[in-house]
Ligand binder design. Sequence first.
Ligand code: LLP
Length: 418
Amino acid sequence: MTKHPLLNEVQDGSRLKNVSEEFGTPLYTYFGEQIRNNLDRIDTALRANFKKYQIYYAVKSNNNPNLLAFMHQHLPTLGADCSSPGELLAAERASIPFTNCVYTGNYESMDDLQCAVDSGCEINLDDETSFTRLKNICIPEYISFRLNPGVGKGRFAEIVTGGREAKFGIPVENIAAVYKSALTDGVKTFGLQCHSGSAILDQKHFRENTQLILKTARHIEDIINHRLLKISIGSGFGIPYVDDEDPLNFNDVFDLVAEVFKEFYGQHQHDWPILCIEPGRALVGDAAILLAQVTGIKDSYKTFIGLDAGMETLMRPALYGAVHRIYKVGAVTEKQNITVDVTGRICENTDRLAVDIPFPDVVEGDLIAIMDTGAYGYSMAHQFNTRPRPAEVLVDKGAPRLIRSRETIEDIFRNCDN
Ligand code: LLP
């Protein structure tokens, strides 16, 4: 069990109170130092084990161009993993060169593919039929395909992206033939990608997953008689969401991954393909606190604490039953007298941020901190019940910086002619 890296911020509360007064609530509050720590931990562990590697930040986890730029300034080698034209634009706005970006879509439209081709980024295709569509635009020099290894893993069934129920990737049985036909069509060089699930804290998974990928890579290489230049093991790097979980030790994780590379390619790293990873959650997840205010308290059959943030602000609990630690700011150690559901103001009974949690006494107006909301928080926020999306602020050296202003109700109707 490890203490949350931002727990002191919540207990002390002064910075959180200041930003909430200055920028209002609900407010996604990012801590630059934690993002830098996450980048450094992953980059250092990779560097210790691999001579050739590339980190592509998964933009879907948080698309704020200011955050991307912040990360890219700290780690200039950082690339971006994009899954839509919008995510490519976020990378461009952050000045991440497209030559360091990869486009991984699924069921891509011709417009999507055209946009990816026009950007000049690498293309990682989800299916053979995607390649058939792409051929109408061009035959790229280099391409990779996404493997569905037949199994997957994830914190919730909903975020498992490998296996027979997954809509992603090419079945392991079929994938070599897809490479063979791409070679025949004129593609010159290849990579292989696989992302089979998210939010995993079991370190052994990364070894087993790499084994599956490299086994398939070897088979593909035998069939096409070409070495694969890049192997992307995707992501899945989890973070603790509850107190009794430990963070991944990335030195151990990439030790394990490197062992598998040695098994398959030998001791000499110049014979190894480039290892690629696509972390999202592990870079930004634990670096943000969603700040909200208590708007109403109700003693009904259960006790409800109502906030000005709900499922429209943070979808994960309603969508997956995801658990996020929630604290009253300044009261981490206060006695937890009551058992409550924490809810928002949405007209939907799934609108819960927490169910049956012990909580200290609160009054209307109290400031509440919802932890680990940097990944898939804002990026999955929406406008149900005509609630504008929140603001985002970056706390780092110097004054807190508003990195996305609060949406207004007018913004919601901007595209309506009435
Ligand atoms: N690469 C690909 C191709 C992906 O599809 C994903 C996530 C990632 C990388 C980044 O994975 P991560 O570092 O976050 O494990 N909305 C869910 C997560 C869905 C992830 C989908 N793909 C959640 O809130 O947990």
